[in-house]
Design a protein around this ligand. Structure first.
Ligand code: SF4
Length: 240
């Protein structure tokens, strides 16, 4: 690949990487269990600093007792804390869940909005969670940037940015909208399984011929992600 690629060249290479990722990871969706937009939002909030499997263990009862935003808005916070305690950071997550529910009831008639601008105004919802919801619930393009996507888009030479919003813009320039959600979901899986933060397994990576391996073998960038563990979804602290 050229030392400094044009947008057209980056677009072509991103297409080849997208193809390789699709072969490796045919199922490109988060592994959180949900049936409604509210449940997707709630599960994604709970997934911060927790595994999807751990979230999936608590949500059946949570969703049974509080099936929608109206029910959650009127919940007893101590009971919500009890139900989600095993996902960690349960007090903050309870505040986020109930704050989100109240905002949705008061401003959106109890229905989760389907626009980025509205979603990021909800408690506990950042661009990452909003993009998960857009892509998985509303069928709208959403490029999800978590710690793995930040690391892999940099190593693959698709961006020089570390700010998730700027990475989103860089990737949107070289991918078609329909690829945004599946490409980012597949990068998360690849970051967990192969392109690990501290020890990327380039020797067995299907992307090896397409990857300039930017920064691999060098000390981590100050702002670059370097988590020890992976997540198939959107794990991260705070607003996601
Ligand atoms: S070749 Fe190495 S750095 Fe590039 S995506 Fe694969 S594992 Fe990551």
């Amino acid at each position: 690949m050229a030392a400094r690629e044009s947008i057209a060249e980056l677009t072509k290479r991103a297409g080849r990487v997208s193809h390789a990722l699709a072969k490796l990871y045919p199922t490109a969706r988060i592994s959180l269990d949900f049936e409604t937009p509210w449940q997707c939002l709630a599960a994604t909030i709970l997934s911060a600093q927790s595994t999807d499997a751990g979230v999936n263990r608590v949500t059946p009862r949570l969703f049974k007792e509080y099936p929608d935003a109206r029910a959650m808005a009127a919940a007893d916070p101590r009971h919500v804390e009890e139900l989600i305690v095993k996902t960690g950071f349960f007090r903050q997550k309870t505040r986020s869940l109930m704050g989100a529910a109240k905002k949705i009831v008061e401003d959106y008639g109890g229905e989760v909005p389907s626009e980025m601008e509205a979603l990021v105004k909800i408690s506990g919802v950042g661009r990452k969670t909003a993009n998960v919801i857009l892509g998985h619930v509303f069928g709208k393009p959403g490029f999800v940037v978590d710690t793995h996507v930040r690391r892999l888009t940099y190593r693959l030479g698709f961006t020089k940015n570390v700010d998730p919003a700027k990475i989103e813009i860089d990737m949107q320039k070289i991918l078609t909208p329909k690829e945004w959600t599946p490409f980012s979901m597949r990068l998360i899986l690849h970051g967990r399984q192969i392109c690990i933060a501290r020890k990327p397994q380039c020797e067995i990576c299907a992307m090896a011929n397409e990857c300039p391996r930017i920064g691999v073998g060098k000390p981590s960038r100050k702002a670059a992600p370097s988590s020890k563990s992976g997540s198939p979804s959107t794990r991260g602290r705070g607003r996601g």
